[in-house]
Design a binder for this molecule. Structure first.
Ligand SMILES: [Zn+2]
Length: 275
């Protein structure tokens, strides 16, 4: 090992810091809580202290060649500023990259966390050996990243891979980004829980109410685990129905997408979820 890089996943809940060598092999990982409530400077101090500890621990074996920080939000790549991050209040328009470079004396690259995840998959994961790929990250929100010709595709303003903020319901639920009916409002963990709770509160779904009363850890994961086999069965029936048409019509990708979306809406409506 001659070179060492440090990657930081700056989430709204967890702050993960990892040292990797130039082959991408993980040397050590540290997970801290992101103490967002204590303010930006507190989080920056925690992050810089952890980075220093890691680089000092390995400095006799490798030289630190840079730090990459993945941030959930809109990044200004030229200035290295966080423009907007709902999970990191108080970080908007702050020169994060320059501040950390000043404190640690090392090159820092700031990137949207889902873009960084997509590039990681391209380098060492499911997209290894592939030059063009897209990735969706499903969690509290819905993120995404696009890799084209081996590079992250940022688009005009750095938001090319923000699949979570595509409109799927023009008159739908208001999203944190200000838009109506974004994918994130229907497919994220928080959206799944919101819809499940709404269905239970209104009495529309006794099955979900029963699941909630018998499962102490009733979470988006539990709701998904419970509903996914039913959802897949429903999709299978829909696709069989499509195949068995006597005079099948060629189905384009957009119309197939519309069909899947309609089938999912129909299925969720049967469960008692509405929007
Ligand atoms: Zn949105």
């Amino acid at each position: 090992m001659s070179n060492l890089s440090i990657g930081v996943d700056l989430g709204g809940t967890n702050l993960r810091i990892a040292a990797v060598d130039d082959q991408g092999i993980l040397i050590e990982k540290v997970t801290l809580g992101t103490k967002v409530a204590l303010g930006r400077d507190h989080v920056l101090n925690d992050m810089c202290d952890a980075i220093k500890r890691l680089s000092e621990k390995y400095h006799t074996r490798a030289s630190l060649c840079g730090i990459g920080i993945g941030v959930p939000g809109i990044i200004d790549l030229e200035t290295g500023m966080v423009r907007e991050s709902p999970n990191l209040p108080g970080w908007s328009d702050y020169p994060v990259r320059d501040e950390i470079e000043k404190r640690l004396g090392t090159r820092v690259i700031l990137e949207n966390d889902a873009n960084a995840a997509a590039f990681g998959e391209k380098w060492l994961g499911a997209g290894r050996g592939v030059n063009d790929m897209a990735m969706l990250t499903l969690g509290t929100g819905v993120g995404g990243g696009i890799v084209l010709a081996g590079h992250i595709w940022h688009g005009m303003n750095g938001m090319a891979g923000e699949f979570g903020h595509m409109t799927v319901e023009p008159e739908g639920v208001r999203c944190g980004c200000g838009n109506l009916g974004c994918v994130e409002q229907y497919a994220s963990a928080s959206a799944v829980m919101r819809m499940a709770k709404e269905a239970i509160a209104s009495g529309r779904s006794t099955t979900l109410a029963h699941a909630a009363s018998t499962d102490a850890e009733f979470s988006a994961k539990a709701v998904s685990a419970w509903s996914m086999p039913r959802l897949l069965r429903h999709f299978t029936q829909e696709s069989r129905a499509l195949r068995h048409r006597s005079n099948p019509v060629p189905v384009s990708t957009p119309s197939l997408r519309a069909l899947c979306w309609a089938a999912m809406r129909d299925y969720l409506a049967r469960l008692g979820c509405r929007w």
